[in-house]
Design a protein around this ligand. Structure first.
Ligand SMILES: [Zn+2]
Ligand SMILES: [Zn+2]
Length: 411
């Protein structure tokens, strides 16, 4: 503990520098400038994290071994496994979408969970695991793309939507998956990246040598002096940059591409429901209207929010932030940072429609009774969501603060 005297920490959203002071148990230290969380004090965080990630791993194995959902029509029972949704998309000639569903709902969560266990268990016994930096980099890259919660919501919506078509029987895997969602979120909430780097504390106050300009490693939070910083982080070996390189241009380009993708995503059908030989293609909007006609207002609202309101709001918000940074705007930097944070968190929930289509297609292949086939609109929509997520990642919120002129003395 005394080893941590004068250790520094930089806010990853506005780059303000702080001394890492001891704080009460269960408390959070927030950045006084932009309000984002700097670090937390979690009692016994190491053991808690290991226990939760071990439980998550077990639930993941269960979720992948037992039946997920079964459909019953007359005497016909159709059993489905967790990966059926991704597999159905693949089979219907939409491999890219199938792979996307498979990766974000099954593979990435698994890699994140096992990667963290690989790091934490040896460190718990004071051993440094080989390739620590590399594993940390893989985990931090994949974590934002582990969409367990979004996938679960898509599954629940598909269950409700299928009520009138067949009897839906939840399998053991579905319950394991629901538990996985809770345990995984709990594990993430208890995790602090300093757990992994206890033996390599961050830069200290006396190491600054009068300089206040530092480069913050985006992967592990290690600080380097701006003037003499190496190409790669001294702690985790990730490439480091003072700011995300060419952030404005890249974000604009990704936003433009996402906007283009949203047009066909809304014009082409996302799926075709064939009942008793009669096909009925539906677009995102007509899907929402169908839900309303069926009296499922809550679901209609969720799908409308996730598939139309969120993507459009995200495009507008990021465009606004980009324009404000380019103009050197002085307007409410704290609120603009908050706006960015919300955009980044909410964006992934738009994927719910893609998971829904995959799930429905995977579940409903009852021969002549009914089939649900994914449509090309879903691929465009999935592409648009991925592009907006990438755009949000490539925007550097610290640019908002770099443009502030008279802000230095309100610490
Ligand atoms: Zn801050
Ligand atoms: Zn690093």
């Amino acid at each position: 503990m005394e080893n941590n005297q004068g250790v520094l920490v930089a806010c990853h959203e506005c780059d303000a520098l702080y001394r890492r002071e001891p704080i009460p148990v269960n408390a959070r230290a927030n950045c006084t400038r932009c309000g984002s969380v700097l670090y937390r004090q979690i009692p016994d965080a190491m053991n808690r994290c290991i226990a939760l990630y071990l439980a998550a791993l077990m639930l993941w194995i269960m979720a992948n071994s037992y039946p997920f959902l079964s459909l019953k029509v007359g005497g016909l029972v159709e059993e489905n496994l967790l990966y059926s949704g991704g597999w159905a998309l693949y089979k219907f000639g939409m491999p890219e979408l199938g792979v996307l569903v498979f990766l974000t709902s099954i593979v990435f969560p698994f890699v994140t969970i096992t990667g963290l266990l690989y790091l934490l268990i040896p460190l718990r016994f004071s051993h440094v695991p080989p390739f620590r930096g590399r594993v940390v980099r893989v985990v931090t890259t994949l974590e934002p793309w582990s969409l367990i919660g979004v996938f679960f919501l898509g599954t629940l919506i598909s269950v409700v939507k299928l009520q009138d078509l067949a009897t839906v029987i939840p399998g053991l895997s579905l319950f394991a998956f629901a538990a996985l969602l809770f345990v995984y979120s709990g594990a993430r909430a208890n995790f602090d990246s300093e757990l992994i780097w206890a033996d390599k504390p961050n830069l200290r106050e006396d190491g600054l040598g009068g300089s206040t300009s530092v480069v913050n490693c985006h992967t592990c939070g290690m600080l380097h002096l701006r003037d003499t910083h190496p190409e790669r982080c001294v702690r985790c070996d990730a490439p480091i940059h003072f700011r995300v390189e060419d952030s404005l241009h890249r974000t604009w380009a990704l936003l433009g591409a996402a906007t283009l993708m949203l047009i066909p995503a809304n014009l082409y059908p996302v799926m075709t429901v064939t009942k008793l030989g009669k096909g009925d293609p539906s677009t995102i909007i007509s899907g929402v209207i169908d839900l309303m006609h069926a009296g499922l207002w809550g679901l209609a609202f969720i799908v409308l929010l996730a598939s139309i309101v969120v993507p459009v709001a995200k495009l507008l918000t990021l465009s606004f932030l980009l324009t404000s940074v380019r103009r050197g705007s002085q307007w409410r930097p704290r609120d603009r940072t908050l706006l960015y944070r919300v955009t980044e968190v909410v964006g992934a929930w738009s994927m719910v429609d893609v998971f829904l289509v995959g799930m429905l297609a995977g579940l409903v292949s009852l021969g002549f009774l009914a089939t649900i086939e994914p449509g090309i609109g879903a691929t465009f929509f999935g592409g648009a969501v991925i592009l907006t997520m990438l755009a949000a990642h490539s925007f550097d919120p610290r640019l908002i603060w770099d443009g502030m002129v008279s802000e230095e003395d309100d610490k």
